[in-house]
Write a protein that binds this ligand. Structure first.
Ligand code: FEO
Length: 178
């Protein structure tokens, strides 16, 4: 059964929101890169790829349901932040916003008795629990760190060790891909 038009449009909006998330995280990574905090920059490169994956998973789903993906312009993300904490507070707020978008999509699928879309979206519901928990944890750590540069560098090392998908482009191009 071909997908309901209203849900197709809403999924297209969500593909755009996921692409925007990717763009926002790449912008945050670039901000950290300039500060030579390469662990933070690496973490955001991983986030960028994860958001692209979220968009592509939905892109595939729309196609599989006989819908049509229509790409819309991606809004320009912010490029400057005052503090490290501000960056992660924005990540946490953004993820909470994405959760509300996903919840709205689930509600719309229920309204339309589109059980396939509801089931598909459950993956995103679970993913958002993890995304929000990670962002909140990083906000708490940065609050603890305060102005302590040693602790900040330790966090940089920790974030730099994040297991990368094979598609992450390394910070230094001559490094082997993880
Ligand atoms: Fe695609 Fe970070 O949620």
């Amino acid at each position: 059964m071909a997908i309901n038009k209203k849900i197709e449009e809403a999924l297209n909006e969500q593909i755009n929101a996921e692409m925007y998330s990717a763009y926002l995280y790449l912008s945050m990574g670039s901000w950290f890169e300039e500060k030579s905090l390469t662990g933070f920059a690496h973490w955001f490169r991983c986030q960028y790829l994860e958001e692209n994956m979220h968009a592509m998973k939905m892109y595939n789903y729309v196609n599989e349901r006989g819908g049509r993906v229509v790409l819309k312009p991606i809004e320009g993300p912010e490029t400057e932040w005052k503090t490290y904490l501000d960056v992660f507070q924005q990540v946490a707020e953004h993820e909470a916003h994405v959760t509300s978008l996903i919840n709205n999509l689930v509600a719309l699928s229920r309204e339309a008795n589109d059980f396939a879309s509801e089931s598909f979206l459950m993956w995103y519901v679970d993913e958002q629990v993890e995304e929000e928990a990670t962002a909140d944890e990083l906000v708490s750590k940065l609050k603890l760190i305060g102005d302590n540069p040693n602790a900040l560098l330790m966090m940089d090392t920790e974030l730099g060790a994040r297991g990368a998908s094979p598609n992450v482009i390394p910070i230094h191009l001559n490094e082997p891909v993880a």
